[in-house]
Design a protein around this ligand. Structure first.
Ligand code: PLP
Length: 352
């Protein structure tokens, strides 16, 4: 078991940072005249008032999320998409050009891009041929400058869950922070790690409202972690990172959880339907089992199938350049109509 020390992982400039403070966060009473922030007191051309700066900590939305997720609001951070959470993690914990992070390809592309933008050294430990974590490989890749480990479960683009025992082993033995990206958790049979937050102080669970909640355009990425980690994220984020329209629409969405659950059930049903249909094409060599809202396929010629589909105005994701994904396409589960269109389009591809 680790002796985990968060302080030691934080960059010195962040430790010493005095974060931006507005007059309104400094004032604790009930003000009625706001002449502190150079807002436009006359309003805008819109019917709804967007002339005031939004709540920097999005408390109402967090309280709504807290009820649904069973996690205290103080342990929730909301980013402008998960992308912002990923970027903040690099900026808080990794000294550019010096410290390193571990990712396990094939996986979500933003971890690598985020590392490169921040000039953080990347150590890539490929998944096993079963698309599972190479636990020993990860631990062997650790040195004194290792700060973060990204685990995506269910993983994008492979669609499978990482074995829970492996994740637990890494949580217990990895010396830095473990970020578990659960963007697709609502489609999965696997249990979330949210309930494990009290046990592991080195854990950050990321989720998002972009997938099962269907709100990709609002850019609401979620992070759940210890109060200390959340404080660091709040300290470094831009003060008004979540705009008011997103906060309000996010809260409205939380009142419609039945619709979200119905859509999850439909997606899983269509995922099964697609798998059955796709199995009849002999240019599809393998359909990988999926716990997400997409399916990874191994084909005889990914580039050619991709081109054929795009000629028919159907766009899928060509992942054939990713490690272990030679000739693989990733297909998002669509509506029944879209899935039918996909199947019809594939029927036009020579099945030989
Ligand atoms: C789609 C996706 C996200 C969501 O990103 P947002 O910035 O919140 O839209 C996060 N992680 C993975 C692995 C994803 O595939």
């Amino acid at each position: 078991m680790n002796t985990f020390n968060l302080e030691k992982l934080v960059r010195n400039n962040i430790k010493n940072l005095k974060s931006y403070s507005s007059a309104r966060t400094e004032y604790s009473g009930e003000a009625s005249v706001f002449l502190d922030a150079n807002e436009n007191s006359y309003g805008s051309p819109l019917k709804q008032n967007f002339n005031r700066y939004p709540d920097p900590l999005q408390w109402e939305l967090k309280q709504g999320l807290s009820k649904i997720k069973g996690i205290p609001a103080q342990n929730i951070f909301i980013g402008n998409g998960s992308d912002e959470v990923i970027d903040l993690a690099f900026r808080i914990f990794c000294e550019p050009g010096m410290e390193n992070v571990i990712i396990c390809p094939p996986t979500y592309g933003m971890y690598k891009v985020g590392a490169q933008i921040n000039n953080v050294i990347l150590r890539e430990v490929t998944l096993t041929s079963e698309f599972q974590l190479d636990v020993e490989g990860v631990l062997n890749a650790v040195d004194k400058n290792t700060r973060l480990l990204f685990i995506c479960s269910p993983n994008n683009p492979t669609g499978n869950n990482m074995n829970r025992k492996d994740i637990e082993l890494l949580l217990n033995n990895f010396p830095g922070l473990v970020v578990i990206d659960e963007a697709y958790i609502n489609y999965s049979a696997q249990k979330s790690f949210l309930q494990e937050l009290t046990e592991y102080e080195n854990l950050i669970v990321m989720q998002t409202m972009s997938k099962a909640w269907g709100l990709a355009a609002l850019r609401l990425g979620l992070a759940f972690a210890s109060g200390k980690i959340i404080e660091l994220l709040n300290k470094v984020k831009p003060p008004y990172n979540i705009n008011l329209a997103s906060q309000q629409l996010g809260m409205e969405a939380l009142t419609g959880i039945e619709k979200v659950n119905a859509n999850i059930i439909n997606t899983i049903e269509q995922r099964k339907f697609l798998c059955q249909q796709l199995a009849s094409f002999n240019f599809i060599r393998k359909i990988y089992p999926s716990d997400a809202n997409f399916i990874l396929l191994k084909t005889t010629d990914a580039d050619k199938i991709y081109r054929n589909l795009s000629d028919l105005k159907i766009i899928v994701r060509n992942r054939s350049k990713e490690p272990l994904c030679e000739n693989c396409l990733r297909i998002t589960v669509g509506t029944p109509k879209e899935n039918q269109q996909l199947i019809e389009a594939l029927k036009k591809y020579p099945n030989d």
